[in-house]
Design a binder for this molecule. Structure first.
Ligand SMILES: C[S@@+](CC[C@H](N)C(=O)[O-])C[C@H]1O[C@@H](n2cnc3c(N)ncnc32)[C@H](O)[C@@H]1O
Length: 308
């Protein structure tokens, strides 16, 4: 089978996918090690027998609905390459806003120029994509500044990555080692703040917020993402608590965040466009001030922010 034949095979066999051409390209890149340009230039190239076998197996998996990221084990987020398995939610482009808002909030804290090292918690960390993108961005900025004598950005940060899923934390540990080998975050296995005695200057979180019925509906396409990562209406044991607004966990989480923030500490939380306004009300009820809703690149309500 040539590269061109493989492309045609993928295109005609992936009617399950809204993006069959792109999916085939990404799978071929992963299997052959060729980049997009070389796949175009080398259309007549024959796949090695083991590459052809791997390609056909990958197409079969994709036909079941399994996302390309779980087949290749990679997903790009905030310009970084994250390792992913079906134990973690695949990082979504909408969530990059959470990282941007967190970096802005931290810049304000660095500018405030206190002696204290800022403390950050990424609650519901999954693959670690939010907390580790924050950390990697600051570490790179600090490295650039060492090489630029006019800049004095010197970054120090204490960061905790928290999840109820041990398997998700294992994935986050691998990502931390790959992306920022010189820095070890704290990995905490905890049901929300149950095992966390300390307080933070910044809490970022992308909790499960999809309503129960919608979560079950989404999973019917074979995407294999963990229900615990999507469904905002089940408890820590996976039991449905008969709410249908996706806010059951967030109702518990918001007051706990308030209790675990230092004075002037900031909470930034991703929500659904359909429950952002109710989430903002929960922030106010818990005592947060300056509560704001931030819009994502599709102009959807996406994040709620508040200050203690
Ligand atoms: C929507 S995913 C977010 C993952 C990642 N932060 C991201 O943005 O892609 C939610 C995560 O929350 C975790 N989670 C669910 N319930 C939790 C709880 N009670 N305490 C801590 N983590 C929880 C899930 O295991 C999952 O990894």
């Amino acid at each position: 089978m040539t590269v061109q034949e493989a492309k045609l095979y993928g295109k005609s066999n992936l009617s399950v996918s809204p993006t069959p051409v792109l999916d085939t390209d990404v799978l071929l890149q992963h299997i052959t090690g060729l980049d997009k340009t070389h796949l175009l230039l080398e259309r007549a190239r024959k796949l090695l027998p083991e590459q052809e076998t791997a390609f056909l197996a990958a197409i079969e998996k994709r036909k079941t609905g399994l996302p390309v990221a779980y087949i290749t084990g990679h997903k790009e987020f905030f310009g970084l390459d994250f390792y992913v398995t079906p134990d973690v939610l695949i990082p979504k482009p909408d969530t990059e806003l959470l990282v941007e808002l967190a970096l802005d909030a931290l810049e304000d804290k660095f500018r405030a120029n206190t002696e204290k090292i800022p403390t950050v918690c990424d609650m519901c960390t999954g693959s670690g994509c939010v907390g580790l993108s924050i950390l990697k961005t600051l570490a790179d900025k600090s490295k650039d500044s060492e090489e630029n004598k006019f800049s004095t950005f010197n970054f120090q940060l204490s960061i905790s990555l928290v999840d109820i899923s041990e398997k998700a934390l294992d994935v986050a540990r691998i990502n931390a080692k790959r992306l920022i080998p010189d820095f070890t975050p704290h990995f905490v296995h905890s049901n929300l703040f149950e095992n966390i005695p300390n307080s933070f200057d910044l809490i970022v979180t992308n909790p499960p917020y999809v309503p129960h019925t919608e979560s079950l509906e989404l999973l019917k396409d074979g995407r294999s993402e963990p229900l615990l990562a999507l469904d905002g209406d089940i408890d820590e044991y996976g039991e449905y608590d008969f709410t249908e607004d996706g806010l059951s966990l967030i109702r518990r989480l918001v007051p706990q965040c308030y209790g675990h923030l230092n004075r002037n500490g900031v909470l930034i939380m991703e929500t659904g466009e359909y429950n952002a306004e109710e989430t903002a009300e929960l922030f106010k009820k818990a005592g947060f001030r300056n509560v704001k809703i931030e819009y994502d690149m599709n102009e959807m309500m996406r994040d709620v922010t508040g200050v203690k």
